[in-house]
Design a protein around this ligand. Sequence first.
Ligand code: DHB
Length: 303
Amino acid sequence: MPSLETNLGKLLKLKNPLILASGINDSNAASLIRGAKDGAGAVTSKSCNVKGRKGHDPPVLISNEHYILNAMGLPNPGAEKMRDELALAVKECAKLGVPVIASVFGESAEEFAEAAQIVAEAKPALIEADISCPNTMNKTFFSDKPESVSAVTRAMKNATKIPISVKLAPNVPSLSLLAKAAEDAGADCITAINTMPGMAIDPIARRPILTNKVGGMSGPALKPISLRCVYEISRAVKIPIIGTGGIITGSDAAEMLVAGASAVGVGSAFYYRRNSFKLIAEELEKVMKENGCSKISDLRFQE
Ligand code: DHB
């Protein structure tokens, strides 16, 4: 059987390349531990900021077979409470050999750094900078200009020794320049991509369905966009990429690895299939076997 064991560059050793993506969890240890028990190679927490946020009023989510549109509004209990949950998750997930990734956001580079400093006390393996949430009226969106990407990355690198992954948005031109800005500012990894801004409208009520009016789109329809983004970024930087967006099956995961990702984020899949990690891992093994790949790094782009 092919081996799913792999590395995220020099940062993490993973028993498989499937990483629970940020955002589908509640902000607690139990949901991260559940991901680890279900077979994730690593797990990522819901993003937190220093002070916490209530999130948007419902409805916050609409879905169909093609996509999920959500505008949770980054609800979280604040970085100190999250640090305590993360500490428990780090301890329990370590028993299963599963690294924990903490995700943070802020309304300024300084706030990102402060949140990173607090969650770092829980000793996560990696800290993700969520600079690309589509649902907070641009207050926490820093992924459209090289200067703002650099500023957040630098501030976080100065705040902690734990490696940093910068999570980029799909809806920007020159994604490779933004990824390069993160790398040049010291980022250790790129997570690509966040959800794509979208809208759903009730034509009878003549109103948007989500209270926030717009939301972030994920699910199967996002995959061609995420593959293109990861391909572009992988040509521009040397740091590893966590490829995320529309990964539902083992073939999707294989495609993402071929596009240039070192590991694969899995999020919306849980809305479409029970036992996603187990099923995706089995299917990925099958795709590899059928194509003569014995290890994850064999899933390379053929020029
Ligand atoms: C949130 C929603 C998203 O779709 C996303 O990518 C990040 C954050 C949120 O509103 O909490």
